[in-house]
Design a protein around this ligand. Structure first.
Ligand code: HAM
Length: 413
């Protein structure tokens, strides 16, 4: 019975008390993105498996261990999106959004799926708010994206979010760095976990974000990418930092920050929550991904925020959420005829944009008034035979009980 009465492990329902808070946070993020010229894109919840393998890198934890991959009835391999970026790049290319000119600025708010061990802030179905910008190579774009996320955190009243920053260079500087990493880790093979051993030749940078404590100790002494950056990457990173400093944004340089996906180039960043002890989001540049997915070489960058984690941080910081909209007017009715009148009055109020409600559960008058109090109605109106005959009723202010006679005659619909 548990199977149908309990949500699957790693998933969560959002009840109305929660969705009101989520919608407020989502509206803040959307308004911040739109202020910065981003427009919403929606993409499918599943894509061809190759898109994620090619986009995120087939030697990554997400692709190797965490994807919900299955064959559809025609035998095609499809995967529930484990993140937003690859699908958005595909959609940007397929729909020719670049034809309108660069930069193309897109945002999205979508559930993603990763088969992970559930714990605080780690779900199998989680929601991501993300932005992607295409065609912008300048360091100012990196700073704009980061500033936008930090501004949204501030507007929500979150003041404990930091910024960790690094540059992981381009393909050219990465070549020499990979050699250095291979040399370093090969000399310490005995201490590495089996997954890292298998990654040593193919993708040594992934060893840097292995979660095994033994590998982390070894990785702490590994060569740093920042010592291998080419002149262009160094200059780009310097300018990103200059832009952030000019915007008054504090950051911590973390040469060990490499992110867990293969598409990143140059700037990478994360937003750690000090109170929760993990990142609310992260992102960076991915100047090679558009070409890898079949487009022309196009500089690009973006970030993803974990909405579940953001909501945890807002609760932890005791941020005050605005009260959800309550019914302005509740119309209590006694009898069938009064019920029809109540419905038509409620309908008329709705056409004027006034939140209003009436009883649909067959309650008695006392219970209807109790319900009006429960839903926080500011005004109530009682309709019975006398009111219908007179075409008038008493509008009562619930806070102090004062009443005012109003006309209920005529047709409202
Ligand atoms: P990511 O760091 O893998 O990056 O995920 C982005 C954010 O999603 C994380 O910082 C975290 O808040 C949230 N997240 C990830 N996995 C889970 C999970 N299992 N449960 C709850 N929250 C989770 C990306 O996915 C990139 N696509 C971000 C990006 C966009 N880079 C460039 N553009």
């Amino acid at each position: 019975m548990d199977l149908i009465t309990k949500a699957p492990k790693g998933t969560a329902d959002l009840t109305p008390a929660q969705t009101a808070k989520w919608r407020w946070a989502e509206r803040t993020l959307i308004s911040e993105a739109e202020l910065n010229g981003f427009a919403e894109i929606r993409v499918p919840a599943f894509e061809h498996t190759e898109l994620f393998q090619r986009g995120m890198g087939d030697v990554t934890d997400v692709v190797e261990k965490q994807m919900y991959t299955f064959e559809d009835k025609a035998g095609r391999s499809v995967t529930l999106r484990p993140e937003g970026t690859a699908g958005v790049v595909r959609a940007m290319l397929e729909n020719g959004l670049y034809n309108a000119g660069y930069p193309v600025k897109l945002y999205y708010n979508m559930p993603c799926y990763r088969y992970e061990k559930p714990q605080a802030g780690r779900m199998r179905e989680f929601r991501t708010f993300g932005v992607e910008m295409f065609g912008a190579a300048e360091p100012a774009a990196d700073a704009q994206l980061i500033a936008m996320a930090l501004s949204a955190f501030r507007r929500m009243g979150l003041h404990d979010v930091g910024l960790q920053l690094n540059s992981i260079g381009c393909a050219a500087c990465r070549k020499e760095y990979h050699q250095a990493l291979k040399g370093y880790f090969s000399a310490r093979k005995e201490g590495l976990c089996p997954t890292c051993l298998s990654r040593l030749d193919k993708n040594p940078m992934r060893i840097l974000d292995c979660k095994s404590p033994d590998c982390q100790v070894i990785a702490a002494g590994a060569p740093k990418i920042t010592d291998y950056l080419c002149e262009d990457c160094k200059a780009h990173f310097g300018q990103v930092q200059a832009c952030l400093t000019a915007l008054g944004i504090e950051f911590t340089l973390d040469s060990g920050l490499v992110r867990g996906l293969d598409y990143y180039t140059r700037t990478v960043f994360e937003f750690p929550s000090k109170s929760l002890g993990f990142a609310l989001g992260g992102g960076g540049r991915y100047d090679g991904l558009v070409e890898q997915i079949g487009g022309s070489p196009t500089p690009a960058l973006g970030f993803g925020l974990g909405m579940d984690r953001l909501m945890l941080a807002l609760e932890e910081q005791k941020v005050e959420f605005p009260e959800p909209v309550k019914a302005e007017v509740f119309i209590a009715a006694m009898g069938d005829e009064a019920q029809i009148k109540a419905l038509s009055l409620v309908n008329a109020l709705h056409t004027c944009g006034v939140p209003a409600d009436c009883d649909v559960c067959g309650r008695g008058l006392k219970a209807q008034m109790k319900y009006a109090g429960k839903i926080g109605a500011k005004y109530s109106l009682v309709l019975g035979g006398d009111e219908l005959a007179a075409g008038k009723a008493q509008l009562k202010r619930m806070s102090d009980g004062t009443t005012r006679e109003i006309s209920i005659g005529g047709s409202f619909i």
